[in-house]
Structure formats: structure tokens, C-alpha cells
Design a binder for this molecule. Structure first.
Ligand SMILES: NC(=O)c1ccc[n+]([C@@H]2O[C@H](COP(=O)([O-])OP(=O)(O)OC[C@H]3O[C@@H](n4cnc5c(N)ncnc54)[C@H](O)[C@@H]3O)[C@@H](O)[C@H]2O)c1
Length: 362
């Protein structure tokens, strides 16, 4: 049987007004391969871009027909047509850019991780709050088709009381020689952070975090962890395992999930395995043994890349027009980063860490 896709309510909800003037800061890989292809589909109003490397901004503008290339960040911020600044640089550069954007009082969409040092993320959130601007984080896996559909099913009780969840990703990323090789805390902060945020979206914040990290042998220097297994325990019962291997040398890549409850199970695949083009996710719901035999398959339209990228910006635009809070607001994202910090503490100290141990300052 096929689940009715309308009832799964997995497609992004665009607010009534979507023509805000957007300017991009940082015109590299993610903007080129995912953000702008997605915004073009939805006819968003990208009016300009800026990169410290002028060749990068010129190339992006040519490729996507962006009308204006700014020579400096100050020029971009001085343009009254710019209402939302989208930052897509490595996290170390994000805070200084945010400082200037907040001073200019433009709304902000920042890339994940919001910062690679927790105190800098807190500072970013403080700057946005004090400037009275809306800040959202591009933590878009929450808008992945299967994750969104699973959320609908879980919230409507299709698995009963959640007991157990698993996300496993195994693929090969050629890290040596790239900028990622020089990042000391890599897999959790840059990759698992999406799964951590998705699990928070589905099940809320865990109580305990246990994480083990490894670096697989690669030819060439790599500073950070490339493999991690993280367990999230909830005082309310559920236990979650997130297992990622970025250095699986075989041809078999997989991205699988399973959400188990007292009444049923949701399982499937995330269509990231063909990076960066992607392929549709799969999702199956089946009942547990008490009413054995019931099973539905969902037919999900769209792909994680680029389609999920509409989620954070649509949510930001909605918050601007309703004076509300974006779903992945900076403040909310601090809890995702606290779990990442707890994972590093757990691995370093060979113990389970209570989430409450990690800075709750705002
Ligand atoms: N949301 C996602 O799924 C996702 C996926 C991949 C990457 N990312 C994040 O996006 C960010 C960028 O990743 P990328 O792969 O596009 O990197 P990249 O290196 O390809 O692009 C970054 C660009 O920023 C520019 N830049 C650096 N400092 C700048 C500054 N101060 N002002 C203006 N421009 C500056 C660089 O010249 C470069 O063109 C990273 O933080 C990464 O974690 C997010």
C-alpha cells in the first residue's frame, strides 16, 4: 500500500511573501551546488553576492544571473535592497561577518555549524538578539523529505511511544588535501550535526550523550575524526544511535534510518548517497507484531540536495513577516551544538556526558 504523500505533509510551507532581497556572502561549493539551484526553483530574489575571492563571486553571479557583485561586505550591507544576508563561509569566518551584518540590522541565515567554538555560537546569537534581527541556521536536514514525513507519522502516533532510533551513514570522502583535512573537530561538527539536529527535531533533547571517535587510515594528513558513533539516551526512555563512517573505501555507500516505537517502525534511506545530485529518499512504515502485516511505502517527491534548502530560508521569511521565531533559530541551534560539544567531551574523557553539563549560557 502507498501512503498518501499529501497526508505526510513533508513539503516545505512557503510564507505569503517570498520576494525579500537576499545577498550571499561566500560563493563556494555549497551555494553553487545546492542553495542557489534550490532558490532558482522557488524564484527567490537573490539580488547580489560577495566573496573575498572576487573570482568566486563573479563566477557565481554569471552562473545564476545574480544582478550585483559587491566589492566589499560594507558595500553589500549599505545596499538598502538587501533584507536578508545569507552567510556560507567556513565557521571560523562567520562571527566577524555576523558582527557587521547585525550592526547593519539585516536578517541573517548562517551556515552550519553556526561556529566551531561553542562560545562563538553564543556570541552570534547574542549579537542577533541585541540587534533585533532574525537569525536562522541552515540546518536543513530537518526539511529532508523522509525526515519531515517521519516527523508527521511520529507526531500523529503511527509508531506509538518512540523507543529506539538509528541513523547510519557510510561513504567515502576524499579528505586529505582539502580544507576539511585541517579541521581538528570534523565529523561530528560538520556532518553528524545534521543527524543530531534531525533527531532533536523528531524526539527532542536527550539527557545523556556518549560518543566514540576514530580516524581511519588515509593517504595524507587529516586532523579531525572521520568516524564516530554517538549514542543519545533520553531520561524518558528512547535511545538513539548515530553511526557515521566517512572513509568506507568500498563502492557501497549507504544512508539508512530506523525509528522504532511501541506500535510501529519507520525505516528508509536518505538519498544523499549520490552526492551532490542526490536521489529521492525512501520511507516505509510497518506495524509491530501486535497487528502484524500492515505496511505502507511512501512515494516521496524531491531530493535532499537541493530541495531541503528551501526549509531554513522559508522559515526565516515566515518569522520576519509574522515577527515569529524561525524553526532553526540561532537560539534553538545552540542546543544542537551543545550535543556536539557533549560528544567531543565524551570521546575525550571516555565517559557519558549529561547534556546539562554543557554551557547553558545564552
Ligand atoms: N548545509 C549543508 O548541508 C552544508 C553542506 C556543505 C557545506 N556547508 C557549510 O557551508 C560552509 C561553506 O562550505 P563550502 O563547502 O561552500 O566551502 P567553500 O570553501 O567551497 O566556500 C566558502 C567560500 O567562502 C569564501 N570566504 C571565506 N571567507 C570569507 C569572508 N570573510 N568573506 C566572504 N567570503 C569568504 C571563500 O573564498 C569561498 O569561496 C561551511 O561552513 C560548511 O560547513 C553546509
Amino acid at each position: 500500500m502507498t501512503l498518501d504523500p499529501i497526508n505526510l505533509d513533508y513539503e516545505p510551507h512557503l510564507p505569503p511573501k517570498t520576494d525579500y532581497g537576499i545577498a550571499i556572502v561566500g560563493c563556494g561549493t555549497i551555494v553553487t551546488s545546492a542553495t542557489l539551484p534550490c532558490y532558482r526553483k522557488h524564484k527567490l530574489n537573490v539580488i547580489g553576492c560577495y566573496d573575498i575571492n572576487p573570482e568566486a563571486s563573479a563566477t557565481l553571479a554569471r552562473r545564476f544571473g545574480i544582478p550585483k557583485v559587491y566589492r566589499t561586505l560594507s558595500d553589500l550591507l549599505a545596499d538598502p535592497k538587501v533584507e536578508i544576508v545569507e552567510v556560507a563561509v567556513l565557521p571560523r569566518a562567520q562571527l566577524e561577518i555576523v558582527r557587521q551584518v547585525a550592526a547593519a540590522r539585516k536578517h541573517l541565515l548562517c551556515q552550519k555549524p553556526l561556529a566551531d567554538i561553542y562560545s562563538q555560537a553564543v556570541e552570534i546569537v547574542r549579537l542577533a538578539r541585541e540587534a533585533g534581527i532574525k537569525l536562522a541556521v541552515n540546518q536543513q536536514m530537518r526539511w529532508d523529505q523522509a525526515i519531515r514525513a517521519a516527523n508527521t507519522l511520529i507526531k500523529r502516533g503511527w509508531i506509538g511511544k518512540p523507543t529506539d532510533a538509528m541513523i547510519q551513514a557510510s561513504f567515502f570522502s576524499n579528505i586529505p588535501g582539502t580544507v576539511w583535512a585541517e579541521i581538528p573537530r570534523y565529523e561530528i561538527l560538520f556532518h553528524s550535526v545534521h543527524y543530531i539536529d534531525s533527531i532533536r527535531f523528531l524526539f527532542g533533547d536527550p539527557s545523556w550523550i556518549t560518543s566514540r571517535h576514530a580516524r581511519y587510515p588515509l593517504e595524507g594528513r587529516v586532523l579531525g575524526e572521520t568516524k564516530a558513533i554517538t549514542v543519545l539516551d533520553y531520561d524518558t526512555g528512547p535511545q538513539v544511535a548515530i553511526a557515521v563512517n566517512m572513509c568506507n573505501p568500498s563502492d557501497e555507500r549507504f544512508f539508512i534510518f530506523r525509528f522504532i516505537g511501541t506500535e510501529g517502525v519507520i525505516s528508509g534511506t536518505l538519498g544523499i548517497s549520490k552526492y551532490p545530485e542526490g536521489e529521492p529518499d525512501s520511507l516505509t512504515w510497518s506495524s509491530n507484531s501486535r497487528c502484524a502485516g500492515l505496511r505502507f511505502e511512501a512515494k516521496l517527491e524531491g531530493t535532499y540536495l537541493p530541495d531541503s534548502f528551501i526549509g531554513p530560508i522559508a522559515s526565516l521569511m515566515q518569522a520576519i513577516q509574522e515577527n515569529g521565531v524561525p524553526e532553526t533559530a540561532g537560539d534553538d541551534n545552540l542546543n544542537t551544538l551543545r550535543i556536539a560539544e557533549a560528544a567531543y567531551k565524551s570521546a575525550a574523557e571516555n565517559r557519558s556526558v549529561r547534556l546539562a553539563e554543557i554551557g547553558s549560557e545564552r
